[in-house]
Design a protein around this ligand. Structure first.
Ligand code: MN3
Length: 196
C-alpha cells in the first residue's frame, strides 16, 4: 500500500482572490505531492510500508531516528486537513454546538479569530496555528515545522498553514494579511464542526 495524494476538495482557482491558483499549483501540486513521494520512498520495504498515515505518524512521533519519516507523514496529514479547513465563500460564522462551545469556552468567534491570529503571527518561522480540543476543552495552539496536535493527544479542529510557501506568492512577507483573508473569507466551518 502506498500513501496517496488526496484530491483537492475544490478547483485550484476556487479560493481566488484570497489564495491564487498559482499558490495552489505549488503548494498542493509540488509541496504536498513531494511529501507524499518522499514518505513512500522512506517507508518502502520497511515495517511501516503497509501502515495507515495516522499509524505512521503515531509510531514515529518523538523518535529522533525517524524524524524524516515523521516530518513527511505529518506534513501530508496537515496539508490534507488544511485544504479541508477552507472553501470558496467560507468564513461565515460557525453554528450549532460548535458556535455554542466557542461562545462558552473562548468568548465568541471574534475572540477565537483574535487568538488564532495571535497564534499564527506568534509562530516564529514555519509551522501551523490550530484550534484543538484538548482534554475536552477548546484551545488555540501553534506547532513548529511538521508537528501536529495528534502527537500531543489533542484533536485538531481547524488549522492555518503559516509556512511561507502558503502565502508568499500572494502576500510576500505579509503573513497578517494572509491570516486575515483566511479568517474572513475561507474558513469551512462545517468541516470544523464535523471534527468536534
Ligand atoms: Mn504548507
Amino acid at each position: 500500500m502506498t500513501i496517496e495524494l488526496p484530491a483537492l476538495p475544490y478547483a485550484k482557482n476556487a479560493l481566488e482572490p484570497h489564495i491564487s491558483e498559482r499558490t495552489l499549483d505549488f503548494h498542493y501540486g509540488k509541496h504536498h505531492q513531494t511529501y507524499v513521494a518522499k514518505l513512500n520512498e522512506a517507508i518502502a520495504d520497511t515495517p511501516l510500508e503497509n501502515k495507515s498515515l495516522e499509524d505512521i505518524i503515531s509510531q514515529t512521533a518523538g523518535d529522533e531516528n525517524r524524524i524524516g519519516v515523521f516530518n513527511n507523514a505529518a506534513q501530508i496529514w496537515n496539508h490534507t486537513f488544511y485544504w479541508n479547513c477552507m472553501k470558496p465563500g467560507g468564513g461565515d460564522a460557525p453554528s450549532g454546538e460548535l458556535a455554542a462551545r466557542i461562545d462558552a469556552e473562548i468568548g465568541g468567534v471574534t475572540s477565537l479569530n483574535e487568538a488564532l491570529k495571535a497564534a499564527a503571527l506568534g509562530r516564529f518561522g514555519s509551522g501551523w496555528a490550530w484550534l484543538v480540543e484538548d482534554q475536552g476543552k477548546l484551545a488555540i495552539t501553534s506547532t513548529g515545522n511538521a508537528d501536529l496536535p495528534m502527537a500531543h493527544g489533542q484533536k485538531a479542529l481547524l488549522t492555518i498553514d503559516v509556512w511561507e510557501h502558503a502565502y508568499y506568492l500572494d502576500y510576500q512577507n505579509r503573513r497578517p494579511d494572509y491570516v486575515d483573508a483566511f479568517l474572513t473569507h475561507l474558513i469551512n466551518w462545517e468541516f470544523v464542526a464535523k471534527n468536534l
